[in-house]
Ligand binder design. Structure first.
Ligand code: GDP
Ligand code: MG
Length: 755
């Protein structure tokens, strides 16, 4: 099959083009660095099928970032039949810098002048014909988003791919030409592919090239020495870059005609003045995030409780609790959740009717077991999707890239760069892609620290734990607003992330924070098409999980909670296998408030639920629903998920601080299997075990602190003292006044490796 590689700057629309050509649903994001690995698909509308490869975005072919190395190696080693160099036409000059490098490789190439719609909208003009003539490579105007010009683009590929192309360089007209030419001929004589490209890179003293062509380097140094008086200076890399820019400036800039702009600030600049303000930037971000949570979780939407609450109730009608609940108006998120809850109840009813004549255990397994668990998970899908949608909108609009930029200033103090904010924000969706995205972090230690804290950014699957428990706290103890508690817990997770990063970067993962250079993408309206694709993907992911992992876990838990070791069905869950096993571990969690102090019959339920969460975090809430159905024996029809937690609260006598500690424990402990496997793949080998240990220790400490301080506020003094001691020790250690490693308690060898 013909192989066509998409190469271009970050954010130039490669993935959008890739999706349009192949019908895939890869993640498109309005910030640089979303695609970190290459991926491929097939374009079927041409004369013959073509394989399309989406490469990570790059500004140049130098070896400084993982993206650059992936893309460069692919093009040089795998030799695609054709390169589509996708160029953001609204930023032509900067994008052409990469073009001048790609054209030096001996591979057929077509230039896709993307975002032509935006150029036209701005009132600018680009003379594609002249550009094509000057550059000597076919140029096609396209809009990946509006899907215009795509057929022409692919036809151009079909035209050029079969004829070999010899690389050309814009450095021809510079003083370096002679040197490059000599090297090129020498390399060609040795039978090396793309001799021109390698020649230029060798002249630049490119690290990878120098390692690969040791002998030639000697020769080049001799060449370089023959240029008397050191006319070039020593920084050949800068010379080459300068040559490229000068050429672009002189020859290609003329093809763009910009509409005369008034001196006024553009809309985007104006927005940035407010949104990226030095002082107000972060508070504005927090307010925006709170609004998102308010829209998704609030049961007192727009704080209307006082205004309408008690007077208007629709009690007794079909709409009871749908729009208005006891206290106030439901936010859109809660409204949707209620609708799905109603639907799952209908299914439950139908299931029970259909099973009316079957043995009790069948109804038990299917209704109280499988369906109760799955329904519990499904009812949160609207809120998970909604939160995900808002975050995606913020991302696609270009705002999140600014937040990374604002936070860079703060992150730097903690030892991270703003770049690590992107994988963290992705963590709100799912830890797996977030961990993969850390490949954009070039610094190993920063990467390890980031991977470790990603689970603290509560993912979609942990969200139900938060909302259900927050809801139950509201109902049972008459405390607070669900949206506020949820938002607060998210923030709490972030605080833990910051604190642990700070600790790691000052002790075991010490190192410099790399600079953060990112180009801010333009603001634009979030694209409904991209959003729809993302949400659809997320929904599919959920439904798949519900029908596989969660389904299987529910069956398992139901059996374990209904049978004893002799495989007889039990009447009392206290005699079940689940209870027996759970009780073994319960004492471990007494410091966190959900251990032995709970009512003896059910003291193990929270622990067991947390353990099922290791398989998939949705299981926590599914397990609650299942166990609640068994312990109350009540009609699960009347159950909402918060109510299943209420039932557990009543059965166990757990306190509010313990519930909060429970949320915190689940948020910071070992993530689900899928995330652990990803972490294992992404982490350098020696950090894997310590990372697992890190999650265990952090969650246990955070849970304990939360519970103790919540229950006995004076214990806060102890923790402040301990923290102050740790901070002092670290500061002294950093100043070299003491040596912490001498104080270290001997740990098993494997654990101690990274110190
Ligand atoms: P990548 O980083 O090169 O893969 O770029 P993406 O495909 O993720 O796109 C970056 C941003 O540019 C997204 O917000 C897209 O919606 C937007 N975009 C892509 N193609 C076009 C286009 O043809 N016109 C306009 N106006 N926007 C586009
Ligand atoms: Mg991309």
């Amino acid at each position: 099959m013909i192989r066509v590689a998409l190469a271009g700057n970050p954010n130039s629309g490669k993935t959008t083009l890739f999706n349009s050509l192949t019908g895939s649903t890869a993640h498109v994001g309005n910030w640089p660095g979303v695609t970190v690995d290459k991926r491929d698909g097939v374009y079927k509308k041409g004369k013959e099928p073509m394989q399309i490869i989406d490469l990570p975005g790059i500004y140049s072919l130098s070896p400084y970032t993982p993206e650059e190395v992936i893309s460069r190696n692919y093009i040089l080693d795998e030799k695609p039949d054709c390169i589509i160099n996708i160029v953001d036409a609204t930023n032509l000059e900067r994008n052409l810098y990469l073009t001048t490098q790609l054209m030096e490789i001996d591979v057929p190439m077509v230039i896709a002048l993307n975002m032509i719609d935006a150029v036209k909208k701005n009132g600018d003009k680009i003379d594609a014909k002249t550009l094509e003539k000057k550059i000597g490579i076919k140029v096609v105007e396209i809009s990946a988003l509006r899907e215009t010009g795509l057929t022409e683009l692919m036809e151009a590929c079909e035209e050029v791919y079969s004829t070999p192309r010899e690389g050309k360089t814009v450095l021809e007209s510079t003083d370096l030409n002679h040197l490059i030419e000599d090297v090129r001929i020498a390399l060609k004589y040795k039978g090396i592919d793309s001799p021109l490209f390698h020649a230029v890179k060798l002249v630049e003293n490119d690290e990878i090239e120098v390692n690969q062509h040791q002998e030639t380097v000697k020769m080049i140094d001799e060449f370089k020495a023959t240029f008397k008086d050191n006319v070039f200076g020593t920084d050949f890399e800068a010379l080459v870059a300068d040559g490229r820019y000068k050429y672009i400036n002189k020859n290609y800039s003329s093809v763009v005609t910009k509409k005369q702009k008034k001196e006024k600030l553009s809309k985007s600049d104006k927005a940035d003045k407010v949104l990226t303000h030095k002082i107000w930037g972060i508070p504005i971000f927090l307010v925006i995030m709170f609004l998102v949570y308010h829209l998704t979780f609030s049961e007192n939407f727009l704080f209307l409780a006082g205004a309408v609450g008690e007077q208007v109730t629709l009690e007794g009608t079909a709409f009871e609790g749908l729009v208005l609940n006891g206290g106030g108006v439901n936010s859109p998120g809660v409204f949707l959740q209620t609708v799905v809850g109603g639907l799952t109840n209908l299914v439950d009813e139908a299931l029970r009717n259909a099973l009316a004549t079957s043995p009790a255990w069948v109804t038990g397994l299917l209704c109280d077991g499988v369906w109760a668990g799955i329904a519990a998970v499904l009812s949160f899908v609207p809120q998970v999707l909604m939160l995900f949608m808002f975050l995606s909108m913020l991302e696609d609009s270009g705002y999140m890239a600014r937040v990374a930029f604002i936070l860079d200033r703060m992150f730097r103090k903690f030892g991270l760069s703003g770049r690590s904010f992107m994988p963290m924000i992705m963590g709100f969706g799912c830890s797996v892609p977030a961990m993969i995205n850390t490949r954009t972090l070039a610094d190993e230690k920063e990467k390890v620290a980031t991977i470790r804290v990603i689970p603290f950014f509560s993912c979609g699957a942990k969200l139900p734990i938060l909302t259900a428990i927050a809801g139950a706290i509201g109902t049972q103890f008459g405390l607070g607003n669900v949206d506020l508690i949820t938002f607060g817990m998210y923030l709490f997770g972030i605080v833990v992330a910051i604190a642990t990063v700070l600790l790691m970067r000052n002790t075991s993962l010490k190192g410099d924070t790399p600079p953060f250079i990112m180009e801010l993408p333009a603001y634009h309206m979030p694209q409904p098409k991209n959003l729809a694709l993302l949400l659809w993907d997320k929904l599919k992911h959920y439904l798949k999980k519900a029908s596989t992992i969660i389904f299987a876990t529910c069956i398992l838990i139901w059996f374990l909670s209904n049978f004893n070791w002799k495989w007889q069905m039990v009447d009392n869950i206290g005699e079940s296998i689940l209870c027996n096993v759970g009780e073994l571990f319960t004492p471990l969690f007494t410091p966190l408030g959900f251990g032995s102090q709970l009512n003896s019959n059910y003291s193990w339920v929270f622990v067991v639920a947390a353990v099922t969460g290791l398989i998939a975090k949705e299981n926590v809430i599914a397990t609650f629903a299942l166990i609640a159905a068994v312990i109350t024996g009540m009609d699960p029809e009347a159950f909402s998920e918060a109510e299943s937690v209420v039932a557990m609260i009543q059965a166990t006598g757990i306190t509010v601080p313990a519930l909060i500690a429970y949320i915190m424990f689940n948020m910071t402990t070992i993530p689900c299997f899928a995330a652990v496997a990803t972490a294992k793949g992404e982490l350098p080998k020696k950090y894997y075990r310590t990372t697992i240990l890190f999650w265990l220790v952090t969650s246990y400490l955070v849970g304990t602190m939360t519970y103790l301080v919540g229950t006995w506020p004076w214990t806060v003094a102890i923790f402040i003292a301990v923290i102050a001691l740790v901070v002092t020790l670290i500061v002294l250690n950093n100043k070299g006044k003491i040596n912490l490693s001498k104080l270290k308690i001997k740990m098993p060898k494997k654990v101690n490796k990274e110190g």
